[in-house]
Design a protein around this ligand. Structure first.
Ligand code: CAA
Length: 289
C-alpha cells in the first residue's frame, strides 16, 4: 500500500478526537466515513466539525461554500461494515482496551488485509491492540492532540510488531493531512502524555491541597510559565475521564507512585463532570464543543 493508494479514510468514534481527525482528513481532500454507535454521537461529532469549520471561515481562511463541501463530504454511519472499502482506518473510541481489541478484531475481518489500522490511543499498548488482529505489522499508533484542527503534532507509535513500512506510511499520511508527525516507541504515554499529564495531575493535587483556587492555579501557570491555557482548564479540554485513564495506565505500567491520580479526578468522573464535553468539569461551560 502506498500513500497515493489512500483515497478513503475510515474513522471509528465521533467524539472530540474522532471528529477532529475526520475534519482534517476531509479538509485534505480525502473521502471520510465516520462511524459511531448512535445517531446522537454522530450528530454531536458533525456539530463539532461544523463549529470548528465556522471558526476557520470567520477568520477568512476558508469560504462558507468550502466549509459546507468539507462537512457534506463526511459520510456518517452506524454500520461498521461501511468501513470495508477504507484505505486506512483510524480508531478514536474511548480508552478501554477490551473495547479497542474487539473493534480491531472486527476491523481486521471487514477491511482489506493490506490496509493500515491506526489507533489514536493516548496511552494504551499498541502491541497489545495489534495482537487482536491477523496483521499486527499493520497496526500503528497515530496519536493526535486536542484541538486536532489546530495542533500540528501526530505521534507515530511503533508497536513491537509494527513494520517499518507501516510506520513510514502512517508518517507520510500524517504529513499529507498537514500535520507534523514525530515517531516514537510503544511506551506508556509515548512522549507528550508521559510529560504533560503528570503536570496536569500535579495541578489537581495542588488544588486539592488548597494551594490556590482553580482560577488562581490556571492564571499562575499562564502568567508565570507562559502556558496557553491553565492545567485545570486543559484537563477540562482533554476530558477529566481521558486524563484519569492516561494516569491510570502510567501508574499501572510504570508502577511508580509519582503517577498516582489525584482523587479529585475520580470524584469528578463519578459525578459526570467530564469537562468541556459535558459542560462541567473544573469549570462550567455554555458551549460544549
Ligand atoms: N477548530 C478550529 N480552529 C480552532 C479551534 C478549533 N476547535 N480551537 C481554536 N481554534 C483556533 C482559533 O480560531 C484561533 O485561530 P487564529 O489563530 O487564526 O485566530 C486559534 O486557534 C487560537 O484560538 P483562540 O484565540 O480561540 O484561543 P487560544 O489562543 O487560547 O487557543 C488553544 C486555543 C489552541 C486550544 C490553546 O489554548 C492551546 O493550545 N491550548 C493547549 C492545548 C493542548 O495542550 N492540547 C494538548 C492536550 S493533550 C492531548 O490532546 C493528548 C491526549 O491524549 C490527552
Amino acid at each position: 500500500m502506498k500513500l497515493e493508494d489512500i483515497k478513503v479514510v475510515g474513522i471509528c468514534g465521533s467524539g472530540t478526537m474522532g471528529s477532529g481527525i475526520a475534519q482534517v482528513c476531509a479538509q485534505s481532500g480525502y473521502k471520510v466515513i465516520l462511524y459511531d454507535i448512535s445517531d446522537e454521537a454522530l450528530s454531536r461529532g458533525l456539530n463539532i466539525i461544523k463549529k470548528s469549520l465556522s471558526r476557520i471561515v470567520s477568520k477568512g481562511k476558508m469560504t462558507q461554500e468550502e466549509a459546507d463541501a468539507i462537512a457534506g463530504g463526511i459520510k456518517t454511519t452506524k454500520d461498521l461494515n461501511s468501513l470495508k472499502d477504507s484505505d486506512i482506518v483510524i480508531e478514536a473510541v474511548f480508552e478501554d482496551m477490551s473495547v479497542k481489541k474487539e473493534l480491531f478484531s472486527k476491523l481486521d475481518e471487514i477491511t482489506r488485509k493490506e490496509i493500515i489500522l491506526a489507533t489514536n490511543t493516548s496511552s494504551l499498548s499498541i502491541t497489545e491492540i495489534s495482537k487482536s488482529t491477523s496483521r499486527p505489522d499493520k497496526v500503528v499508533g497515530m496519536h493526535f492532540f486536542n484541538p486536532v484542527p489546530v495542533l500540528p503534532l501526530v505521534e507515530i507509535v511503533k508497536g513491537l510488531l509494527t513494520s517499518d513500512e507501516t510506520v513510514d506510511l502512517a508518517y507520510d499520511f500524517a504529513k499529507r493531512i498537514g500535520k507534523s508527525p514525530i515517531k516514537t516507541k510503544d511506551q506508556p504515554g509515548f512522549i507528550v502524555n508521559r510529560i504533560l499529564v503528570p503536570y496536569m495531575n500535579e495541578a489537581a493535587w495542588a488544588y486539592m491541597e488548597g494551594v490556590g483556587s482553580v482560577e488562581e492555579i490556571d492564571e499562575a501557570m499562564k502568567l508565570g510559565a507562559n502556558m496557553p491555557i491553565g492545567p485545570l482548564a486543559l484537563i477540562d479540554l482533554v476530558g477529566v475521564d481521558v486524563t484519569l485513564a492516561v494516569l491510570e495506565v502510567l501508574y499501572r505500567e510504570f508502577g511508580d507512585p509519582k503517577f498516582r491520580p489525584a482523587p479529585i479526578l475520580r470524584q469528578l468522573v463519578r459525578a459526570g463532570r467530564l469537562g468541556r464535553k459535558t459542560g462541567w468539569g473544573f469549570y462550567r461551560y455554555e458551549d460544549r464543543t
